[in-house]
Design a protein around this ligand. Structure first.
Ligand code: FAD
Length: 458
């Protein structure tokens, strides 16, 4: 038993990593404190995963309306207008319900919930707002991440927004430059385009979202361009100025892009405010952890974005859970990420798990199966038949090495592929499964069958 102000586990940060860790530790019988400086639910619930999906749904609704005429559905008027106050209000309502849910869950699990800035002192105590001391046997530092800045002249212009700020904008900027064509950049580009902004994406690399399969990236880029989004690749920004109420983003090639606002989406960096007086081993600003999520300082764990291994909410959830179990019961459970999916929430969605074709080819003798949604009945009926599924398997054993999907329901379908990979099911076993017809998932089935040369519809 511990004294009133002493805890088995203190958790810094109430985002996905922190709140999962706190609840799991409490479920295991530990006395737990959690401290959050800004908002329970963290980046994900407040300004990340969830609010962006309200904007994605808005884009889907608009596309669905635009599809109507070809299908014989005629509205009295094809005109619509966007009420940004309501757009933001709806989003805020969803965020509020979910973040209140997180606090309620913490409390109902018996976690002591604090607000304030937490820092670890030399004695490994957690100090809240410089005065309140929380003593704990183990600390879970889940401080998450914040927007990364770059050193370009003019970058502090108030017309340049972070994704946090863009999601609260009460009017649609007529023109928007998206600086950085990664996951967040393209998601926001699509969302803002749908509600009426003229969007230009500026990307340093030769393709957008370079982490995804190159073919998928191309399909995504082609589709975004067709919708009217401008994409500039292999360009770098040398400076930003303001003239005549417009931002002027200057590129190294001499070109100047004019817009009302810009989104800075070049990535995120760990928030290290909670580190306090502790010297952790770090790597490029990220706290180093082992597979048990323990840092170089014994008894302090660092799950989630703060370790920068894979900045995704579901990865943070798992890391938080594992950190808590190890903190309470001793290091025994490792985090394994080989079958953790990644998704780009655009229209179409892009999702992947495992290795890309390029990565797989370097290590294995591979076979690739592929199926286009253009030949999938459900996708045809829905008018949503752009994209493909690609399965990469080891040629010898049929081990699934990677699955890449661009197209309808990719974000949902990738979980099936992740389950198959995690359970180490081989390609010849997958094709024994009977898939319901007509479903989008049949495209996944056919891609598996194609690895064996057995697809019927190719
Ligand atoms: P965070 O969510 O950042 O939470 C950390 C918390 O700790 C914060 O609330 C912070 O206030 C608090 N904190 C920090 N330091 C202290 C301190 N010293 N004292 C007290 N509190 C402190 N991921 C997905 O998987 N899917 C998506 O669709 C997706 N979409 C995204 C869209 C956007 C626009 C952004 C920005 C991110 C998105 N992400 C998405 C990423 C996802 O939000 C993060 O990976 C996830 O939130 C990480 O969880 P975390 O708990 O590690 O950190």
């Amino acid at each position: 038993s511990v004294a009133d102000d002493e805890y088995h586990v203190a958790v810094i940060g109430g985002g996905p990593a922190g709140y999962f860790a706190a609840i799991r530790a409490a479920q295991l019988g530990a006395k737990v404190a959690i401290i959050e400086k800004r908002w329970y639910g963290g980046t994900c619930l407040n300004v990340g995963c969830i609010p962006t999906k309200t904007y994605l749904k808005n884009a889907e609704i608009i596309e669905a309306i635009e599809m109507g005429a070809a299908r014989g559905i005629n509205f009295a008027s094809t005109k619509y207008s966007i009420d940004m106050n309501q757009v933001v209000k709806f989003k805020d309502g969803v965020v509020k319900r979910l973040t209140m849910g997180v606090e309620a869950l913490l409390k109902s699990n018996g976690v002591d919930v604090f607000r304030g800035v937490a820092k670890i002192n030399k004695n490994k105590d957690v100090v809240v707002d410089g005065n309140r001391i929380i003593k704990a046997d183990k600390i879970i530092l889940a401080g998450g991440s914040k927007v990364s800045r770059i050193n370009i002249p003019g970058i502090d212009n108030p017309r340049i927004l972070s994704s946090d700020e863009l999601l609260s904008l009460k009017e649609v900027p007529e023109t928007l430059t998206v600086i950085g064509g990664g996951v967040i950049g393209v998601e926001m580009a699509l969302a803002m385009h749908a509600i009426g902004s003229k969007v230009t994406i500026v990307e340093m690399m030769d393709r957008i979202v370079p982490a995804i399969d190159s073919e998928a990236s191309k399909v995504l880029a082609d589709t975004l361009k067709k919708k009217g989004i401008k994409i500039l690749n292999s360009v770098s920004i040398v400076g930003i100025e303001e003239a005549k109420n417009k931002l002027q983003v200057k590129l190294a090639n001499g070109e100047v892009i004019e817009s009302d606002k810009a989104l800075l989406s070049i990535g995120r960096v760990p928030d290290l405010e909670g580190v306090g007086e502790i010297e952790f081993e770090t790597e490029r600003g990220k706290i180093k952890v082992d597979s048990f999520m323990e840092t170089s300082v014994k008894g302090i764990y660092a799950p989630g974005d703060v370790n920068g291994i894979k900045m995704l909410a579901h990865v943070a959830f798992r890391m938080g859970e594992v950190a808590a179990e190890n903190a309470v019961k001793g290091n025994h459970r490792e985090v394994k990420l080989a079958s953790a999916p990644s998704v780009v929430y655009t229209i179409p969605e892009v999702a992947m798990v495992g290795l890309t074709e390029e990565q797989a080819r370097e290590k294995y003798d591979i076979r690739v199966g592929r199926f286009d949604f253009a030949a999938n009945g459900r996708a045809m009926a829905s008018g949503d038949n752009l994209g493909f599924v690609k399965v990469i398997a080891d040629a010898k054993y049929g081990e699934i090495l990677g699955v890449h999907i661009v197209g309808p329901t990719a974000a949902e379908m990738i979980n099936q592929a992740a389950a198959l990979m995690e359970l180490e099911i081989t390609v010849d076993e997958v094709v024994k499964v009977i898939y319901g017809h007509p479903t989008y998932s049949e495209a996944l089935y056919e891609a598996f069958a194609d690895v064996l040369g057995e697809s019927i519809h190719i």
